[in-house]
Design a protein around this ligand. Structure first.
Ligand SMILES: C[S@@+](CC[C@H](N)C(=O)[O-])C[C@H]1O[C@@H](n2cnc3c(N)ncnc32)[C@H](O)[C@@H]1O
Length: 279
């Protein structure tokens, strides 16, 4: 049984510009929320909210909204609470609470349930779609974005290195713990089967990263968390693993004249409950 990875908000935030862009692209496709249209304050859940910086962008779009970010990581929640919790200029508020998205169910009607770059960590999350849909107010939206980059060299090499004879005993499975997503077409079918109006798409971002070993630096904030957690404070082993992985990444992503190009595929879904389906 794997323990939950320990997150490092500062490491994660080092690439916040590239990491925020898909959230903005997701946000741009979310229709007006039903509460906002009726002059009530919208209720929003952000599942796997992380350090809270993208949760705060929800308050910029819906200043009067009551927004709760849910996350499993005490480190991420602490960062989010410190920087973003409290009332907002538009009369709404932001708060952050511990919750496992694998078991989270809405406790009141939500205008928006959103999740950015988190559901890949939640096995069987599609099985929660019926409950989440049930928890949407009529006209409410379920919206998420998941990375779909698991066959890219960055992630494939990590998985392979964990399974080599040197590391297998301590790290087997840790390089592939995040592969819990469906194909875009499968998300579309599952959500449409629930009677939702669905918009699903994929985007490959050609991210230009700067600095030495930037892909390693990127992955240290996410896919490497389970590996670093599993090596459990053994700094020598962490150093050796990172050096081996770094050498593989240097070959897979050589720097170019403008920096290192790190292509990254992501799947997006925006699914809206029809206003007539009041149940
Ligand atoms: C890559 S970060 C994304 C954070 C934020 N949504 C963003 O877009 O910047 C993934 C987050 O998902 C959280 N997470 C992973 N598994 C989770 C689960 N089962 N329930 C709730 N949060 C989870 C992690 O703690 C982490 O904060």
């Amino acid at each position: 049984m794997h323990s939950a990875p320990i997150w490092d908000p500062q490491q994660y935030l080092r690439h916040s510009t590239h990491r925020t862009r898909p959230f903005l692209d997701l946000l741009a496709r979310i229709p007006e929320l039903p509460a906002a249209a009726r002059g009530r304050s919208p209720r929003i859940a952000d599942l796997g909210c992380g350090p809270g910086n993208v949760t705060a962008l929800l308050a910029e779009r819906w200043p009067g909204a009551r927004i709760t970010g849910f996350d499993l990581s005490p480190e991420m929640l602490e960062q989010a609470k410190t920087h973003y919790a409290g009332s907002t200029d538009g009369g709404g508020w932001l708060d952050f609470r511990p919750a496992d998205a694998a078991h989270w169910t809405p406790d009141e009607p939500y205008d928006l349930i959103i999740s950015n770059a988190a559901l890949q960590w939640v096995p069987n999350h599609p099985e929660s779609f019926p409950d989440w849909t049930e928890g949407l107010a009529p006209g409410g939206t379920l919206a998420f974005q998941v990375p779909a980059n698991f066959t890219a060299p960055s992630h494939a090499l990590l998985g392979e290195l964990c399974e080599t004879p040197q590391w297998r005993a301590r790290l087997t499975g840790h390089g592939r713990r995040f592969v819990h997503i469906l194909d875009a077409a499968d998300y579309l079918t599952r959500l449409a089967d629930l009677g939702l109006d669905v918009d699903v798409w994929e985007t490959v971002y050609s991210q230009l990263l700067q600095g030495e070993d930037p892909v390693l630096d990127w992955v240290k904030g996410t896919a490497l968390r389970p590996v670093i957690t599993a090596l459990d404070g053994d700094d020598e082993a962490v150093g050796e693993f990172l050096a081996q992985y770094r050498d593989l990444l240097r070959k897979a992503y050589p720097p170019g004249p403008h920096g290192t190009v790190f292509p990254f595929r992501r799947v997006f879904a925006v699914a809206t409950r029809t206003r007539e389906a009041t149940g």
